[in-house]
Design a protein around this ligand. Structure first.
Ligand code: NAD
Length: 276
C-alpha cells in the first residue's frame, strides 16, 4: 500500500497530503466512486454539505470496513449557516449524514463577506472543536483581509485555508500570509478543474515526457513538492489511480520553478468576495 506523506497542522494533528475530492460527484454515484477511490488507496476524502453527497461518502466509508483512524474526512459549513445555532445544527446534520462520530476537519466553505457573519461562524467552529467532534477546524476561500479579521477577533488560528490553487492561479499573497501564520494551504481545483488548458503547456508537457508520467501527474507532483495538500477529483477509476501514482518520481528544482512561473491569475472559480 502506498504511504501518503502527511502535513503537520498547527493544532498537533496531521493530514494526508493527497486525498480525493467529491465536488460535482453525483449523489447517486457517490458510493461507487468513493468506494473505488478507497480501493485505489485514498484515505482522505474532501466533501461538503453543499455537494449533496455526504450520505454517499458515509455509506462508502462504512462499507469499506477501513478503520476510522486510518481515514481523514473533511466537510464544510455552507454560507447560509453562519449563525451560531445554524452552524451547530448544520454540523450535527453533516455528521449524521456521514454516519461518523467526528470529522477530522471542518471548514467554513466561503467567507461570504456580504453576509458579514464569518467571525460568528468561526466562534461556533471553535466550540465544535472543543467538543472533540471536529479534530481540526479551518477555512476555505479566505483571502488575506478575511484571515486578518479572524486572527484579530478570535482565539484559534485556522489549521488550513482551502483555496483555488493551480499553476495558473497560485494566490501568492494568501499563500504567503498562511505560511507566516502556520496555516496549511489546501489547493482546490488543483488541475484547474479541466477548464484551464494546463496539460498542453510546454513546461508541464515536457516534464511529463522527461519522467514518463502524464501532465496530470506532473501537476499533482508540483503541488506536493510545493507543500500543498491536494485532492484531485475524477469519476473514473483509472484516473483516480493515475492521480494517486505520484510517489515514484520527483521534479527537479528547475522543473518546479518553471511550473511556478506559469502564474497568470487564471482563476477558474468564483472570487470569494462575490460568493454570498
Ligand atoms: P480538479 O482540478 O481536481 O479537476 C477535476 C477535473 O479534472 C475532473 O472532473 C476531470 O475532468 C479532470 N481530471 C481529473 N484527473 C485527470 C487526469 N488524470 N487527467 C486528465 N484530466 C483529469 O477540480 P475540483 O474537483 O474542482 O477540485 C478538487 C476538489 O477540491 C473538489 O472535488 C472538492 O473536494 C474541492 N473543491 C473545493 C472548493 C471550495 O470552494 N472549497 C471548490 C472546488 C473544489
Amino acid at each position: 500500500m502506498t504511504s501518503v506523506p502527511r502535513i503537520q497542522l498547527n493544532d498537533g494533528h496531521s493530514i494526508p497530503q493527497l486525498g480525493f475530492g467529491v465536488f460535482k460527484v453525483d449523489p447517486v454515484e457517490t458510493v461507487r466512486i468513493v468506494s473505488d477511490a478507497l480501493e485505489v488507496g485514498y484515505r482522505h476524502i474532501d466533501t461538503a454539505r453543499i455537494y449533496g453527497n455526504e450520505a454517499g461518502v458515509g455509506t462508502a466509508l462504512a462499507e469499506s470496513g477501513i478503520a476510522r483512524d486510518e481515514l481523514f474526512i473533511t466537510t464544510k459549513l455552507w454560507n447560509t449557516d453562519h449563525g451560531t445555532q445554524s452552524a451547530f445544527d448544520a454540523f450535527d446534520a453533516s455528521l449524521d449524514r456521514l454516519g461518523l462520530d467526528y470529522v477530522d476537519l471542518y471548514l467554513i466553505h466561503w467567507p461570504s463577506p456580504k453576509g458579514g457573519r464569518y467571525v460568528e461562524a468561526w466562534k461556533a467552529l471553535e466550540q465544535i472543536r472543543e467538543s472533540g467532534r471536529a479534530r481540526s477546524i479551518g477555512v476555505s476561500n479566505f483571502l488575506v483581509p478575511h484571515l486578518e479579521r479572524l486572527l484579530a477577533e478570535t482565539d484559534v488560528v485556522p489549521a488550513v485555508d482551502q483555496i483555488e490553487l493551480h499553476p495558473a492561479h497560485q494566490q501568492p499573497a494568501t499563500a504567503a500570509f498562511a505560511e507566516e501564520h502556520g496555516i496549511a494551504i489546501e489547493a482546490w481545483g488543483p488541475l484547474g478543474q479541466g477548464k484551464y488548458p494546463l496539460f498542453d503547456v510546454p513546461e508541464i508537457a515536457d516534464a511529463a515526457e522527461a519522467h514518463r508520467k502524464t501532465p496530470a501527474q506532473v501537476v499533482i507532483r508540483w503541488h506536493l513538492q510545493r507543500g500543498h495538500v491536494v485532492f484531485p477529483k475524477s469519476n473514473r477509476r483509472e484516473r483516480m489511480a493515475e492521480n494517486f501514482d505520484v510517489f515514484d518520481f520527483e521534479l527537479s528544482d528547475a522543473e518546479v520553478a518553471s511550473i511556478t512561473a506559469l502564474e497568470r491569475e487564471g482563476r477558474v472559480g468564483s472570487h470569494p468576495d462575490d460568493v454570498d
